[in-house]
Ligand binder design. Structure first.
Ligand SMILES: [Fe+2]
Length: 303
């Protein structure tokens, strides 16, 4: 009888240990990821871009708030926030406090489902179905967040375009609303990205290929997205089980080439998908996928 009972006990013990690790340790193992992206004109000095996404902040998450505030020490030239900032009705003041040192810098953002709606308990198995019915929680005070960011000079690129001078360089932007909720209205920002600018950047919360392809066709150099949480629960040596959107598993996080150079897109397009800094309060686990922000160092393309 002993081998028959020992196996389930061992399986339960290892599952419990894994869950404890994922919820108690890895979920708060704040990590800074770094990539170099050769997107600037030959001879240009580097630009540092801090990409934040999916904070899913609650008022009590002090260690996350302190870590985010400390990212200002990296002295980025530009900060990009690709949405899903909030996870509670009272989270806006804490989120703005965490971002406060970064709000003195040039910044841009888009908003998304977890800015608009409070999290709700969900059956995690539904993420394995490609199409599922979404049931929204109560509306969050996302306008207070938006106003807090724009008051300090950050550009709201939610279905909008904009332009900033960043370290003396002219950067043009286009962004869409949450494409996972099909709130994106690309036609409002469509058109060839200004070829006379020093850099052309596209923002979307969710990396939906139908949107990324349009940004690339319009000649954007760099696309920044979040939403996937990098898969959130990754299997070592296999990767993400699901991406929760249209992107493929291989590009569920980090830096990838999205489009090669073509006559319509003479420089080609890079894509960075942030694995994000948070989780829903109802699924507070990350495994083999630490919460992270990314410092992108934009460098000159080879001559
Ligand atoms: Fe998210």
């Amino acid at each position: 009888m002993r081998p028959i009972t020992a196996l389930p006990v061992a399986a339960v013990a290892s599952a419990t240990a894994g869950l404890a690790y994922a919820s108690l340790y890895e979920r708060t193992r704040w990590t800074l990821r770094r990539f170099e992206v050769p997107v600037l004109a030959p001879g240009e000095p580097p630009l540092r871009v801090l990409h934040l996404s999916d904070l899913h902040m609650t008022a009590g998450q002090r260690s996350k708030q302190e870590w985010v505030a400390g990212l200002a020490d990296l002295r980025p030239h530009l900060v990009v926030d690709t949405g899903d900032n909030l996870a509670g009705m009272d989270a806006v003041p804490a989120t703005l406090r965490a971002l406060d040192p970064l709000l003195d810098l040039p910044g841009v953002f888009v908003t998304a489902s977890n800015d608009y709606y409070a999290p709700r308990p969900k059956n995690p198995l539904k993420y394995f179905r490609r199409e599922h019915t979404r049931v929204h929680g109560d509306e969050l005070p996302w306008r207070d967040l938006r106003d807090g960011l724009t008051r300090r000079g950050w550009l709201d690129l939610t279905n909008a375009t904009g332009e900033l001078t960043v370290d003396g360089r002219r950067v043009v932007f286009a962004g869409v609303d949450d494409s996972h909720l099909r709130l994106d209205r690309y036609d409002r920002v469509a058109g060839a990205a200004d070829p006379t600018a020093d850099l052309r950047v596209g923002l979307a919360h969710s990396p939906e290929p139908r949107v990324l392809d349009r940004f690339a066709a319009d000649g954007h150099d760099l696309l920044l997205c979040g939403h996937t949480h990098g898969g959130q629960l990754r299997v070592p040596f296999y990767g993400a089980l699901v991406t929760n959107c249209g992107i493929d598993r291989d590009r569920v996080r980090w830096l990838h080439r999205w489009a090669e150079a073509s006559p319509a897109n003479p420089r080609g397009t890079w894509l960075h998908v942030s694995a994000g800094l948070g989780t829903s309060p109802y699924a507070p686990v990350r495994f083999a996928c630490p919460p992270e922000a990314t410092l992108l160092t934009l460098t000159a393309r080879p001559g």
